[in-house]
Structures are given as structure tokens and as C-alpha cells.
Write a protein that binds this ligand. Structure first.
Ligand code: E4P
Length: 235
């Protein structure tokens, strides 16, 4: 229950000084613009699949995102060898100071993370499916670790258990690597991440709208507006 002892409500009481961070998990400029206007977006994660859904070239999309959101923006490499990853990472990181490089959690990936961390290029180690992988990523110098919760749930493994384990391990050794709860599929994933006290949840546009919406809010507004018509009828 250790992880459940540091929920978001402690922030208001000043007992935890951690900022709640929500990233948007998309490369769609319109979705990013819309959600950024709400003041709830602290960063953006993309991946090759998300980029493939959009028009335009990779670097232009990433650059445009950096002009909208003032926070960490993940851009993923596609090389499988460390040298190739580093070669892709360097020019990507020069697009904007907020860019971090998404590196897959492989042997070659960790080699690349070590090199990039020495060059002070931030990394988001992705496709993490076990606590042992997360431990090694932190040791290699990852800035962020992205456990893929939804994809674990898909194979009948509780994704949130992985987040709890990583949090405990990182806490034990004061690793600075921040946990990004990724592969979020529904609002409960975000709420669970918050209860556990994960640093960040990266959330698709659809799930952000689901988090926001409540039918009783809509019904309440409708009722207030109808009642207000009676007030207006008085004058
Ligand atoms: C974010 O960093 C991940 O790439 C993304 O959350 C993966 O989500 P998916 O499992 O729904 O593709």
C-alpha cells in the first residue's frame, strides 16, 4: 500500500510538493492545440505509429508541437543499433531544447541512452514491460521510463502493478528517472496512475475528453439555463 499513500490530494495540504503532470499521447496538431488551451498539458509523447497517422514529415511535425506546448516532447528513433539511434537522436534533439528522444528498451537502446545522457540529451525509454527493464533503464541514465500499461492489460497482466513496482524500486535508490504511465486506454488508468503517484500519465485525446466529461454536469447546465429563462421572463 506504500504507493497509495501519496495521492494527489496531499498537494493541496502541502505535504507533497510534486506537480501532477499530464502529457498528451498524439502527434495530431489540432488535438494538441485544443487540449493545450485547457491548461492541463505538460508535455507530448509521439511514436512512429502516431506520426504515421498525420500528414507531413516527421521533423516538421515535431517542430510544430514544440511551438505549441512548452514542456517535454518525445520523438522516437527507429534504428535498432545504438550508433544509428544516437545518429538519429542528435539532430532531433537540436530541433528544440524540450525534445527528448524515445529509445526502445533493448541492449542497443541502453547503450544509446548511456551515450546520450553523457551528452545531456534527454531520453524516454519506451516499450517497457517489466520492472527489471525499468531498473536497467534508470541505471543507464534514462530521463523518463515508459511502462506500457494497456498492452500488458491486453495480455491479462495487470499493467498498474508494474507501475507500483517501478515506483518502489526508483524510490529505494532515489533514481531521478520519471515514470510516464503509457499505453493508457481509459480514464481509470489515469486515476490509478494518480493514486500510485506516478510522475506522469501520457493520455490520448479521447481519454482526456472522457476524463473531463460527466453527464450530470451537462444535465445541470441544461437545468440552470432552463430555469434562467424564467428569471429573464420577469423583466
Ligand atoms: C507512448 O509513449 C506510447 O507510445 C503509447 O502510449 C502507446 O500506446 P498504445 O499501446 O495504445 O499504442
Amino acid at each position: 500500500m506504500q504507493g497509495l499513500s501519496e495521492p494527489w490530494h496531499l498537494l493541496r495540504k502541502g505535504r507533497a510538493n510534486k506537480k501532477v503532470k499530464i502529457f498528451i499521447d498524439t502527434a495530431n496538431i489540432e488535438e494538441i492545440r485544443q487540449m493545450n488551451k485547457l491548461g492541463i498539458i505538460d508535455g507530448v509523447t509521439t511514436n512512429p505509429t502516431l506520426i504515421s497517422k498525420e500528414k507531413g514529415d516527421f521533423k516538421s511535425i515535431i517542430k510544430e508541437i514544440t511551438e505549441i506546448v512548452d514542456g517535454p516532447i518525445s520523438a522516437e528513433v527507429i534504428s535498432l543499433d545504438a550508433e544509428g539511434m544516437v545518429d538519429e537522436a542528435r539532430p532531433l534533439s537540436r530541433i528544440h531544447k524540450n525534445i527528448n528522444i524515445k529509445i526502445p528498451l533493448t541492449q542497443e537502446g541502453l547503450k544509446a541512452v548511456k551515450i546520450l545522457s553523457r551528452e545531456r540529451i534527454k531520453t524516454n525509454v519506451t516499450l517497457c514491460f517489466s520492472a527489471s527493464q525499468a531498473l536497467l533503464a534508470a541505471k543507464a541514465g534514462a530521463t523518463f521510463i515508459s511502462p506500457f500499461i494497456g498492452r500488458l492489460d491486453d495480455i491479462s497482466q495487470n499493467g498498474m502493478d508494474l507501475v507500483r513496482d517501478i515506483k518502489e524500486i526508483y524510490k529505494n535508490y532515489s533514481f531521478k528517472t520519471e515514470i510516464i504511465v503509457a499505453s493508457v486506454r481509459h480514464p481509470l488508468h489515469v486515476l490509478e496512475a494518480a493514486k500510485i503517484g506516478a510522475d506522469i500519465a501520457t493520455v490520448p485525446y479521447k481519454v482526456l475528453t472522457q476524463l473531463l466529461k460527466h453527464p450530470l454536469t451537462d444535465i445541470g447546465i441544461e437545468r440552470f439555463l432552463n430555469d434562467w429563462k424564467k428569471v429573464e421572463g420577469r423583466s
